[in-house]
Design a protein around this ligand. Structure first.
Ligand SMILES: Nc1ncnc2c1ncn2[C@@H]1O[C@H](COP(=O)(O)OP(=O)(O)OP(=O)(O)O)[C@@H](O)[C@H]1O
Ligand SMILES: O=P(O)(O)O[C@H]1[C@H](O)[C@H](O)[C@H](OP(=O)(O)O)[C@@H](OP(=O)(O)O)[C@@H]1O
Ligand SMILES: [Mg+2]
Ligand SMILES: [Mg+2]
Length: 343
């Protein structure tokens, strides 16, 4: 694999100059260098491309190379893998066109599949369609309603839909901006008319203040616990009115894995359930890099709700992510060789 040296901006992590293959223990030829071109927002670059990932990757023959957005993609590379998280129609067209012309390059992930996660209604539609009843647990989606216009009709729409209060109001579109993560808890339907559509109104499910973040990297699954919003009691509901903006509590790097929590709240969802859920969603969504935010309904052992799915989430906060990610990248090359007919 060779990088032609043209990509020599400050951002370029490594130059790779030679083609060399070795036969490893599994009998497949492994390229000694795997070139991963990346196009990431500066926020994502900072959180994901940490020195421990770049260092381990380099030791394992993986080189991250910045894609220069000011030059045609066709003139850059060659790449084995393209890793991207950028929004915008232009970029989607570039990457789709490149994927068609270079089927040998693995694109993580296809833009049309990522697009499903940019809308809080479409992101959950595959979870609704799942039937995991034979898997030691039930997984559903909270009741929700989409409001696209006329805030003044919201109280009527909420009452008509039978949605139970309180509800979480979330911007319908998720585009990576801070605004798209601005969420509100509404204790009464009338106050909802203060908010700006388009919105998804989702029933708030009491879950003991703990959330499970299920990180998927190809076939690997890593679950971490995070702090979340506390339960809302009937008494709270009868005493409080209004809409309240709440902070991104579960996004904070602080893990709840070591917290002193009620064991029935803290117990991780069954592994078999997580594996089925991850496998189904990987196939149905057509994605390899995402996370699922899941909560357990308070007072139950096995009733779970998926409340959010994120593309290329904050892997940098997952302990040991550098090992999971480099294993994944190497597995992509191996599966490519396995698919090739024996010469
Ligand atoms: N239906 C719900 N019931 C209870 N709590 C909820 C619900 N929806 C969201 N929350 C709480 O609000 C937090 C943020 O919601 P959500 O994950 O949908 O927003 P987000 O902006 O997409 O977050 P992320 O940073 O994970 O992308 C959740 O982590 C959880 O703590
Ligand atoms: O708590 P996590 O790691 O899931 O939080 C993610 C969040 O879900 C989004 O994926 C963020 O990306 P954007 O959608 O682009 O805002 C991640 O931010 P990043 O700085 O890590 O890229 C959060 O970590
Ligand atoms: Mg979330
Ligand atoms: Mg999200």
């Amino acid at each position: 694999m060779r990088l032609d040296g043209e990509n020599s901006g400050e951002e370029q992590e490594e130059q790779v100059n030679s083609v060399a293959y070795s036969i490893c223990g599994d009998g497949f030829p492994h390229p000694q260098e795997l070139v991963v071109g990346y196009a990431l927002t500066s926020k994502k670059k900072k959180s994901f491309l940490q020195p421990q990932l770049i260092g381990l990757a380099r030791n394992r023959g993986i080189f991250f190379v910045a894609i220069d957005l000011n030059r045609p993609l066709a003139e850059q590379g060659p790449f084995d893998v393209i890793l991207h998280k950028l929004s915008g129609k232009d970029w989607c067209e570039i990457i789709e066109d490149y994927g068609q012309k270079h089927p040998e390059v693995t694109i993580l992930d296809p833009p049309d599949a990522i697009e499903l996660l940019h809308n809080r209604q479409s992101m959950l539609q595959d979870v609704v369609a799942l039937n995991l009843s034979d898997c030691h647990g039930k997984v559903g989606v909270p009741q929700q309603l989409v409001v696209t216009k006329d805030p003044s009709s919201v109280p009527y729409e909420v009452a008509k839909s039978g949605l139970k209060l309180p509800v979480v109001a979330k911007p319908l579109v998720v585009d990576g901006s801070a605004k798209s993560h601005e969420l509100f808890l509404a204790y009464d339907e009338f106050s909802l008319s203060e908010l700006e559509p388009p919105l998804v109104l989702q029933e708030f499910v009491n879950h003991g203040g703990l959330l499970f973040k299920i990180f998927i990297v190809g076939e690997a699954i890593k679950v971490v616990r995070r702090f979340s919003l506390p339960n809302v009691s009937k008494r709270d509901l009868s005493k409080v009115a209004g809409v309240f903006r709440f902070p991104r509590v579960s996004c904070a790097a602080a893990s709840a894995d070591d917290a002193d929590l009620d064991p029935s709240t803290a117990e991780l969802p069954p592994r078999s359930l997580l594996e089925r859920l991850a496998r189904e969603l990987r196939h149905r969504l057509g994605l390899r890099l995402f996370n699922i935010d899941m909560i357990r309904q308070h007072g139950t052992k096995d009733v779970f709700y998926v409340i959010d799915i994120n593309y290329f989430p904050g892997y940098g906060k997952v302990p040991g992510y550098e090992h999971i990610f480099t294993d994944f990248l190497l597995s992509l090359v191996q599966s490519k060789y396995k698919k090739r007919p024996v010469a």
